[in-house]
Write a protein that binds this ligand. Structure first.
Ligand SMILES: [Zn+2]
Ligand SMILES: [Zn+2]
Length: 317
């Protein structure tokens, strides 16, 4: 019987030949029957792959043999089975798409000029010591909607590019003199974000080491985290303790839910929150934006409430 596992890891290191790394990673992952998404750049690698536990472990073992990836933090979690319908291995200009590849410098120690690391165990202490410190969500707004750190600042961002645009528009200039602790799913976005914030004059920037994943493993629901963690595979969200309630609310009935549905308008496809009961009942097929402003071209005939597959393959970009 197969036991599904997912591994998440990244490494920032100068890669002289990203294309060679891509070919090696593709051959390795596909020979092991793994699915998922691997991004390779001149700055390193960012990967989420899943499959049978033995295959995932073999993948990690082999990947570790490449010196630049040896010390990466490989985060294993339980999969639901068939978590990734396919394998995508690509070379991109950036590991995380902030749209600022030329601003980021990487050396053998990682991103140059990034924020100071805070271990999950030290977070509460730092916040107690520095009452003016603020938690800063480095993810997209829809991710934060179902779970976030208590009291965190959540940017209005549909993509990581939007987040940088908000920063550049001065939306968070009032935080420049306060300690800012960035956090994201597994830490990769904050490696870059914390460096970009420091370059923009934020005086004291930290990054939560290992991200929400490592924090949740350490504290469950007994810490400063509330709700569900959005993940970029078929599971869609994970909880760190049984019975943890999501901060999301169903757009149809208002009940707590962490379940996203895609807007049925093919031109939109935005994700919106809809609970399993409302999905089963065929309620609310379009996102808030589309129901608020129905377009003249909207089809007149009601569409049957078919269960549509979610498009959740996007990596955090
Ligand atoms: Zn509902
Ligand atoms: Zn829509």
């Amino acid at each position: 019987m197969s036991v599904p596992k997912i591994v998440l890891f990244y490494a920032f290191a100068p890669l002289p030949d990203p294309e060679a790394v891509r070919l090696w990673q593709r051959a390795l992952a596909s020979s092991l029957g793994l699915g998922g998404r691997i991004i390779v750049a001149a700055h390193g690698i960012n990967a989420t792959v899943g499959g049978d536990v033995a295959a995932v472990k073999a993948y990690v073992k082999q990947t570790r043999q490449y010196p630049a990836f040896a010390d990466a933090d490989y985060k294993l979690s339980d999969g639901a089975g068939d978590d990734f319908p396919r394998l995508s291995v690509r070379v991109r200009p950036e590991l995380v798409t902030f749209g600022a590849p030329d601003e980021v410098r990487v050396d053998e120690h990682g991103v140059v000029g990034g924020g100071r690391r805070v271990a999950p165990e030290d977070l509460a202490g730092l916040l107690a010591e520095r009452p003016d410190a603020v938690m800063f969500d480095g993810r997209n707004t829809m991710e934060a909607r179902i779970g976030r750190f208590r009291g965190a600042v959540v940017p209005r961002a549909e993509t990581t590019r939007d987040l940088l645009a908000e920063l550049d528009a001065g939306a968070f200039d009032h935080l420049k003199d306060r300690p800012v602790i960035t956090y994201c799913t597994g830490g990769v976005r904050c490696e870059v974000l914390s460096a970009l914030m420091r370059r923009r004059g934020f005086a004291e920037v930290y990054q939560l080491d290992g991200g929400i994943v490592r924090y949740g493993e350490a504290f469950g629901s007994d810490g400063l985290w509330d709700g569900s963690l959005y993940v970029f595979d078929r599971r869609m969200h994970v909880e760190f303790a049984p019975g943890a309630h999501s901060l999301g609310r169903c757009g149809a009935c208002g009940e707590p839910t962490a379940d996203y549905a895609n807007c049925s308008d093919p031109a939109c496809r935005r994700m919106f929150l809809r609970c399993p009961a409302c999905t089963a009942a065929g309620r609310l097929r379009e996102c808030g934006q589309c129901t608020a402003a129905p377009r003249a071209a909207a089809p007149l005939a009601p569409r049957p409430p078919t269960a549509e597959p979610l498009t959740a393959e996007r990596s955090p970009s």
